[in-house]
Design a protein around this ligand. Structure first.
Ligand SMILES: Cc1cc2nc3c(=O)[nH]c(=O)nc-3n(C[C@H](O)[C@H](O)[C@H](O)COP(=O)(O)OP(=O)(O)OC[C@H]3O[C@@H](n4cnc5c(N)ncnc54)[C@H](O)[C@@H]3O)c2cc1C
Length: 266
């Protein structure tokens, strides 16, 4: 399996395609972590993150776990690729490993993001060069995404160092957030073209959609699991539906108004 995995990674690297390894339940995770460490050590050289490991912020141990990796990356001089999620297995995971409340999970998630973005992760040796880090913020939580964007924006504007930051949402979920990020992208992009300003380019958020590939039968289990674990995001779409309703209503009223005007004029 290791040989197969290596050849898959080499093939991806040859095409300049990055690899994100998902996080699973804790029964399986130590082996996945160990393998991903070996792969990051081999592939994440020259300041580039090709291989990413996933960390689940709902686990109490995660800040310490990230520190462990950061220290190794710092000592060995490779780039650490982090995909940060809250965690999808609350229903099946050992409950005592997970934060007691959702608020604590939110706090942990946002705290890790802030420490990474500011390059002030507690516990690292300050005398050594700060390790290279690339962060994929995989979340549908608008507050976390907005916080991350505004922290990084202010760091860039002040000329302070930060890390590579990207955003990921699942295809068909939280599209309002992904589209919002793209709008920021376009706005910054135009300004960048006008001003040829390097800073504007740095401020452009990089947004990704994660999509399942295969026949309906192959994808169905994946999609069903995603709907279940993203129940919180689904409940948040209420505001989105209201927004659509009022926009449709506004357009209907506007078009009736135009029609009346036309008939009267005629
Ligand atoms: C691109 C992408 C890739 C992903 N890959 C993975 C992966 O590899 N592995 C994985 O495990 N998940 C993965 N997920 C799913 C992710 O872990 C979350 O389940 C999902 O995104 C919902 O969390 P959220 O950040 O969007 O925030 P929200 O919807 O605001 O938060 C919901 C999350 O809070 C946590 N939570 C809920 N109730 C409680 C409680 N009572 N106590 C403590 N914590 C609680 C749970 O983690 C829950 O999923 C991925 C998600 C995305 C968008």
């Amino acid at each position: 399996m290791w040989t197969e995995m290596l050849s898959l990674c080499h093939a991806a690297k040859a095409k300049d395609i990055r690899v994100w390894i998902d996080a699973e339940q804790q029964d399986l995770q130590p082996t996945i972590d160990e393998w991903t460490l070996l792969l990051m050590r081999e592939f994440n050289r020259n300041g580039q993150a090709f291989m990413y490991n996933t960390f689940q912020a709902y686990l109490k141990v995660t800040p310490r776990n990230i520190l462990k990796y950061l220290k190794i990356a710092q000592d060995e001089g490779w780039t650490m690729g982090i995909k940060l999620v809250r965690g999808a297995y609350i229903a099946t995971e050992r409950r005592d490993l997970i934060h007691a409340t959702i608020e604590e999970t939110h706090e942990a998630y946002n705290g890790i993001v802030e420490d990474l973005l500011r390059q002030q992760y507690p516990g690292l040796d300050e005398k050594k060069r700060y390790p290279e880090v690339a962060l994929m913020l995989a979340s549908h939580n608008e507050t976390s995404i907005k916080n991350a964007y505004s922290i990084q924006k202010s760091l860039i504007e002040q000329g302070k160092p930060t890390i590579k930051l990207e955003y990921g949402q699942l295809q068909g979920m939280a599209d309002e957030i992904s589209c919002g990020l793209l709008q920021l992208c376009q706005r910054s992009g135009k300004e960048a073209a006008e001003k040829q300003n390097e800073m504007e380019d740095k401020l452009r958020p990089r947004a990704f959609k994660c999509l399942a590939w295969g026949s309906t039968q192959e994808c169905l289990q994946f999609l069903l699991r995603r709907v279940k674990e993203n129940g919180d995001a689904v409940s948040r779409t209420g505001a989105w539906v209201m927004g659509f309703r009022s926009e449709i209503w506004r357009r209907m009223k506007a078009s009736f108004g135009a029609d009346w005007g036309f008939y009267l004029d005629y």
